[in-house]
Design a protein around this ligand. Structure first.
Ligand code: BEZ
Length: 254
């Protein structure tokens, strides 16, 4: 079953800009050069696509969400953006590099993404990726699943929304397809959420709404309150809410 998440591009930019702000040092790892042709998979509202383009590289941003791409085109009209899924894209002219920040964990068909990246790269081209790694947002998801199960929503609790691989699992998949992995790192990055009162509720509404599908609004509100309260001892400190992010960063060469 394909589970979809309705993206609210305005809320994404206003309250979840940490997603792409943290990605700026991933652009340093990419080290784009003038004249290179680069693909940004899961570009969202285009912020990092534009940062990459400031190097003089030619960058194309793709995203599965029409709402995100529409906003990206308005914000950066000089850039090329296309609605395309990360597991099924094709460009006649291949790329020097493929970049992706905080997007690939949304695609469960990971072998298809890896195959697409491989086929669309030039020989010796590179991929530079960051995604949620093993144990990512585990505290938030566990609290949410506990609250759902307690109320009998076992199907909602069991949905598989994201793919958070370990370093060894993902590098093995890349090597199987023919990539040479030159850098891999799995690390914790607790991430401060924008709203000091309802940080966890906002995060779940923005990114985890699929877990709450079909549940009455009043019950959803109870669940969100219960989840946030349960996480208070774990993810609230110095007057701020944090999401328990674990990142997986990869560089690999075709
Ligand atoms: C992440 O960037 O790790 C992430 C973002 C939204 C949902 C799940 C994970």
């Amino acid at each position: 079953m394909m589970i979809t998440t309705e993206w609210n591009a305005a809320l994404y930019d206003d309250k979840h800009s940490f997603v792409f702000k943290y990605g700026e040092d991933l652009v340093d790892l990419l080290a784009p050069k003038a004249g290179e042709r680069i693909l940004d998979i899961g570009c969202g509202t285009g912020y990092l696509t534009n940062v990459i383009a400031s190097s003089g590289a030619t960058v194309i941003g793709i995203d599965n969400s029409l709402e995100m791409i529409t906003k990206a085109k308005v914000a950066y009209p000089q850039q090329e953006f296309k609605v395309q899924p990360g597991e099924e894209f094709h460009f006649d002219e291949h790329f020097d590099a493929i970049f992706s920040n905080a997007a690939l964990h949304w695609i469960l068909e990971k072998e298809k993404v890896i195959d697409c990246m491989y086929r669309n790269l030039k020989r010796t081209g590179r991929i530079v990726l960051e995604m949620g790694g093993k144990h990512n947002v585990e505290k938030i998801v566990t609290a949410l699943q506990d609250s759902l199960k307690k109320r009998g929503y076992t199907t909602n609790a069991a949905i598989q929304l994201w793919y958070f691989p370990s370093e060894s699992e993902y590098t093995a998949l890349l090597e199987k397809r023919g990539f040479t992995v030159t850098y891999a790192s799995h690390f914790s990055r607790d991430t401060k959420l924008a709203d000091t009162r309802n940080g966890i509720k906002d995060w779940v509404k923005m990114f985890g709404s699929a877990f709450l599908k079909g549940i009455d609004e009043a019950v959803v509100n109870d669940i969100l309150t219960e989840v946030q309260n349960a996480l208070h001892p774990l993810l609230f400190r110095d007057n701020d809410w944090y999401a328990d992010y674990k990142r997986l960063r990869i560089i690999a060469i075709k």
